[in-house]
Design a protein around this ligand. Structure first.
Ligand SMILES: Cc1ncc(COP(=O)(O)O)c(C=O)c1O
Length: 414
């Protein structure tokens, strides 16, 4: 693989990393998950909706810290109180008052949720929800959708080594297939602790899927029939579909809600929320982490929630996403391509119809990167409050050029 000179410093950093960090860059940030040799691997700064790579190129960013930067990079309303708290002290052994305030704020805000516990990553929240479901019900099995991502823990990640045994009691069903879910409940009668779902299906390397009519109601009914819990993993979608939880937007009634990412505009905090029924089990369960009581992220989260509410961020990100989607479909058609933009407007993903191997998506993303737009070829994108109409329109101009380049590269063939 040769790297284009544009990304020489990124490549140099990666080569150095590879000798001291296994894999150089791991997981969803690894070069193999983007467009190897034709994508920046390292970034140095961000402001609003723009980021700068290690080679000094600027991009309009549609990854938003994998969803976290909902207000944009360097937002002073969030950063100023966070920095002030940092100067006063961050990890002060015991929690700060902001932890209590955040739990009060979230229980008042998020539909149907009576308590909150906090951690660092989304994976902490989903793993805790699964553990609490098992402990409360005394049953072992957890059901999740094929291709769903609930974090990097072994029970749910792509680490499929039988010796780890973490997946022994996790079973998969095709997203949206009520009969298949019913069949799993029938097979595992009396043994299912929980079903874990995202508000809609956002598998990587694939178009996104909105829930079919009646899906969330059917999940609720099946869970109730078996006294199993319904865990809503809202980590990727939270605060882009509805300020009160994506389950309100989807008409779902979960027992747990897992939150993270945009909860604090990039500061590290995850939350698990639950209903009154589960509170005693949660209070008896050992939950902790050295950094989970750091005060700065709680302060940032409170400021972020207030700002999201004040600005009606949900309406803005949806409107910007709709403008982007419509423009991409039009620009694609003008170049002779049928384009699909799937998922909610605020969290879109674009694919070329008939592009089974996704090479067209790779080429398109590489062309956009060359023109200063950072999109991902295999992972959904995100809109933030910092994306304005002018940013979307600039993106669409670059998209029109990039579609032409894709056409040249593949000579109109799939
Ligand atoms: C739906 C969903 N659940 C859980 C996670 C895990 O969150 P984290 O990476 O913060 O552990 C993610 C992260 O992308 C996610 O998208």
């Amino acid at each position: 693989m040769t790297t284009t000179p544009r990304y020489a410093l990124s490549q140099d950093l990666f080569d150095r990393a590879a000798s001291v960090i296994p894999g150089g860059i791991y997981g969803s940030k690894s070069p193999g998950f983007s467009v190897p040799g034709r994508f920046p691997y390292y970034f140095t700064e961000g402001s609003g909706c723009r980021i700068k790579d290690a080679d000094g190129h600027e991009y309009i960013d549609y990854l938003c810290g994998f969803g976290s930067m909902i207000l944009g990079f360097g937002n002073p309303i969030v950063d100023d109180p966070a920095i002030e708290q940092l100067r006063k002290g961050d990890l002060l052994n015991q929690p700060g008052p902001a932890m209590v305030e955040l739990a009060e704020r979230l229980t008042a805000l998020i539909d149907g949720m009576d308590w909150a516990v906090f951690a660092k990553n989304g994976t902490d929240a989903t793993t805790l929800a699964v553990s609490l479901s098992r402990v409360h019900t005394g049953k072992p099995y957890v059901l999740m959708a094929q291709g769903a991502y609930h974090g990097s823990a072994n029970w749910c990640s792509s680490n499929a080594y039988p010796v780890l045994r973490d997946k022994d009691e996790v079973r998969l069903f095709p997203y949206g297939d009520v009969a298949a879910l019913q069949a799993l409940f029938d097979e595992l009668r009396g043994q299912v602790a929980a079903v874990i779902l995202t508000p809609y299906h956002h598998a990587t390397w694939a178009p996104q899927q909105m829930p079919p009519a009646g899906w969330h109601e059917a999940v609720r009914r099946l869970c109730d029939e078996e006294s199993a819990f319904f865990i809503m993993d809202d980590i990727r979608a939270n605060f882009r579909l509805n300020l009160h939880g994506s389950h309100r937007a989807m008409g779902a009634k979960p027992d747990f809600v897992c939150m993270g990412k945009s909860l604090a505009n990039g500061y590290p905090i995850g939350a698990l929320m639950g209903t009154e029924e589960l509170k005693k089990t949660a209070s008896n369960f050992f939950i902790t982490g050295t950094f989970w009581t750091s005060t700065v992220p709680y302060v940032a989260s409170l400021a972020c929630l207030n700002e999201m509410e004040r600005l009606d961020v949900v309406s803005h990100v949806q409107a910007m996403g709709a403008r982007l989607k419509q423009g991409l479909i039009k620009a694609g058609m003008e170049a002779g391509y049928n384009i699909s933009c799937t998922g909610p407007d605020a969290i879109p993903f674009m694919t070329f119809d008939d592009d089974a191997d996704m090479w067209h998506n790779q080429e398109f993303s590489a062309q956009m990167a060359t023109r200063g737009v950072y999109l991902h070829p295999h992972h959904n994108w995100f809109l933030s409050y910092a994306h304005k109409e002018s940013d979307i329109d600039e993106t669409l101009e670059k998209a029109a050029e990039s579609f032409q380049e894709v056409k040249k590269a593949f000579q109109g063939e799939f």
